[in-house]
Design a protein around this ligand. Structure first.
Ligand code: SAH
Ligand code: SF4
Ligand code: F3S
Length: 470
């Protein structure tokens, strides 16, 4: 752990004020309902929003018909993501008709992208709040209660919500997301995130470590450090010490060997050997990297402004395997980016063949208004071609996932128990360090969520390993 951190954490803890009323449901004046779309950052932000609303006397409900305030935390990454949100808003229309006092708010990236246009386009929306303006929510709610519509979409260069303790929503009590930075400076040409989330900024390292330690002390056994580009994390402490992502990872790993550490997302251009060696050094830093490639062709990568070539990416993968032979990899792929030829698409397939990812998120290119690609290039690949290329990518990935999972048969893994299996009450489900899902019979051992067990793998599908405790 870097110098001074422990002292600062101890001071923070002593000054901590708990709000005992939060535990008493009768203290809530009103109810809020929140739904989140998009990436883990959005889910994590919803927990910040929940915390801000708790302090205003709003309690949560899982039934929107019962709510006084309905919130949608939205995503703009692809056109379909925005369409989903618009459809969802329609579902709330009926409730609003019968309950005129109901307030409907839109948060997140779509709020930021559309700003006050949202109020014109979707008449039933009352509040529009961008990702850096959640502290303004109580004021916006008061304005709305007074009969106004309200908007705050100011982006910030500083806001990290470092001092707000998230209220864990829908948590299994074992794994939690911890946001370590916000925004993105990368300007990949296809991507709307730099416009909806603003400039990159790193959160105070001491507050991150404190949040992780609190989680551990409350029974959590896994934290995932979140950012659009975690490897460019950089923070200068008050005493002048500098904290890189490698330093931060190490400090979190040192909290306790029983606390697993994961992170997402790594940009291939920024992940350093230093981070890889730190991962290798600590058993509790999970041997799994999500390393989005987007395309396997160097010309397309340049058009995307990813700043690496096919060869450079493959070299990075080789480096990872040298330092951590047991590290698993997943990726993101886009099919049919502007001007992509059939041969260039084949390069993506051949790169996948070389790397053999465990898992991938795969998308057809969706032009987003205002992005560099939308301004510079024509979205000239026909929808059916994008779809066909995507299907080829998905089929190939499925075969790689199946093959990798089958290879795990006969291995024994340490598994962190996360939940009872969705398919059977008699089975536990959890993951190994490589992020593979493992399901196994509970047997008569008195185990609980958050325990670690050794499991010998006996069978596998393309997404689940099945085994027995040893
Ligand atoms: N920060 C992460 C990715 C965030 S967005 C990174 O840099 O890797 C998640 C994924 O959505 C991206 O990796 C990309 O594969 C996909 N994506 C982003 N914009 C897209 C678009 N316009 N069309 C299709 N997929 C897109
Ligand atoms: Fe988007 Fe690129 Fe930033 Fe990821 S790194 S959020 S893809 S601009
Ligand atoms: Fe979507 Fe915004 Fe995340 S656009 S993917 S919710 S950063």
């Amino acid at each position: 752990m870097f110098e001074g951190a422990q002292k600062e954490i101890d001071e923070l803890r002593q000054g901590e004020a708990y709000a005992p009323f939060l535990n008493d449901p009768n203290n809530f004046k009103k109810r809020f309902y929140i739904e989140s779309y998009g990436c883990q950052m959005n889910f994590s932000d919803s927990e910040i929003v929940a915390s801000i609303l708790y302090n205003e006397g709003f309690g949560p409900t899982r039934n929107y018909e019962e709510a006084d305030l309905v919130l949608l935390n939205t995503c703009s990454i692809r056109e379909k993501a925005e369409q989903t949100v618009r459809n969802r808003l329609q579902a709330f229309r009926k409730t609003k008709d019968t309950k005129p006092g109901l307030m409907i708010g839109v948060l997140g990236c779509m709020a930021e992208r559309l700003k006050s246009k949202f109020l014109e386009e979707e008449k039933l929306v009352d509040i529009v709040v961008g990702p850096d303006a959640y502290r303004a929510l109580p004021d916006l709610i008061r304005e709305t209660e007074g009969g106004q519509k309200s908007v705050n979409v100011l982006l910030s260069r500083e806001e990290t919500y470092a001092d707000i303790s998230p209220v864990r929503l829908d948590s299994n009590g074992v794994s939690a997301f911890v946001s370590i930075m916000r925004g993105c400076n990368n300007m990949c040409t296809f991507c709307v995130v730099p416009f909806t989330r603003g400039r990159e900024r790193s959160r105070d390292a001491v507050s991150i470590i404190k949040e992780c330690r609190d989680l551990f002390e409350n029974g959590y056994r896994e934290v995932t450090l979140l950012g659009q580009n975690v490897d460019s994390y950089y923070y200068t402490n008050e005493d002048g010490t500098e904290v890189t992502f490698g330093n931060l990872l190490e400090s979190v790993a040192l909290i306790d060997p029983l606390l697993r550490v994961r992170f997402s997302t790594s940009h291939p251009k920024d992940i350093t050997d230093d981070v890889l060696y730190t991962m290798a050094k600590y058993k509790n830093i999970c041997k799994y990297i999500h390393l989005p490639v987007q395309s396997g062709n160097t010309r397309i990568l340049a058009l995307m402004n990813r700043t690496y070539t096919r060869e450079w990416y493959l070299h990075k993968v080789q480096r990872i395997k040298e330092i951590m032979p047991d590290c698993s990899l997943s990726t993101d792929v886009i099919s049919g980016f502007c001007t992509e030829t059939e041969e260039e698409h084949q390069d993506t397939l051949s790169l996948m063949d070389k790397v053999r990812y465990d898992m991938a998120y795969m998308f057809a290119y969706s032009e987003r208004p205002g992005t560099l690609a939308a301004r510079r290039y024509e979205d000239d690949i026909a929808e059916d071609v994008k779809k066909r290329r995507l299907t080829e990518i998905i089929n190939l990935q499925n075969s790689h996932s199946r093959e990798n999972y089958k290879k795990s048969i006969g291995n024994t893994y340490e598994v962190l128990i996360e939940n009872t299996s969705k398919r059977s009450d008699e089975h536990w489900s959890g993951r190994n360090s490589q992020n593979q899902m493992v399901v196994f019979p509970k047997g008569d051992r008195n185990l609980k969520k958050g325990d670690y067990v050794e499991v010998l793998i006996k069978d596998a599908t393309s997404a689940t390993l099945m085994g027995d405790m040893v």
